[in-house]
Design a protein around this ligand. Structure first.
Ligand code: SAM
Length: 200
């Protein structure tokens, strides 16, 4: 549960108590409760999965059916991929990861809490987030099934409306949400795309 905040807050303590790798799990929980992204039996890809709380939560939602694939540059926290869960360590945009995804995908749901490396300058960080989400969106259009659902984290304050509008062309319904577990001082929010349109 690495962050720059020295004092654990309500959500960090709750995550620790409930055995989740990170407090971010409660952001996905709110997105899920409001949008029903994931259902039992789905195949789910978690982009930027480490330390693993979103993957843990997605596994619970599957109720023993389907599978979750997590991918991250960094290893998972203190839990191991087992059963219907697979973890791939690497850059999701690399050929090595694409080769592994080829035998695991396509996916019913893609969730991404991936974050760029930040420098503290809001303008630059927002730009980095935009660039990352633009790539994740392209990647999603390769790996997400028609009818599939998607959520991605993006920093507010830049050109993110362009990506929101692009998502409108690809999904039946597109929404944005700032979950309660996002820290007050944070400018992150989530875009949610429901039911990918079919190209047929
Ligand atoms: C905020 S953390 C995700 C937390 C996770 N949702 C959880 O609940 O435990 C963001 C992650 O995105 C990952 N990431 C950023 N760019 C990536 C890339 N190109 N490929 C794989 N992982 C990436 C980072 O390594 C980092 O671990």
């Amino acid at each position: 549960m690495s962050n720059n905040h020295s004092k654990p807050d309500f959500y960090s303590l709750k995550a620790r108590k409930e055995g989740y790798m990170a407090r971010s799990v409660y952001k996905l929980e709110e997105i899920q409760n409001k949008n029903k992204l994931i259902k039992p039996g789905d195949t789910v890809l978690d982009v930027g999965a480490s330390p693993g709380s979103w993957t843990q939560y997605a596994m619970q939602l599957l109720k023993g059916r389907g599978k979750v694939v997590g991918a991250d540059l960094k290893p998972l926290g203190k839990f191991k991929a087992k059963g219907n869960m697979t973890f791939i360590q690497g850059d999701v945009f690399s050929e090595e990861v694409a080769e592994q995804l080829a035998s695991l995908g396509p996916f019913d749901v893609i969730i991404s809490d991936a974050a760029p490396s930040t420098c503290g300058n809001r303008l630059m960080d927002t730009r980095r987030s935009y660039d990352l989400v633009e790539r994740i969106l392209e990647f999603t259009l390769i790996w997400l099934k028609p009818g599939g659902n998607f959520t991605v984290k993006i920093f507010q304050g830049g050109d993110e409306q362009i990506l929101f509008d692009r998502m409108r062309g690809e999904f039946e319904q597109v929404k944005r949400l700032k979950p309660k577990a996002v820290r007050n001082e944070s400018f992150e929010q989530y875009f949610i795309g429901l039911k990918r349109k079919s190209n047929l």
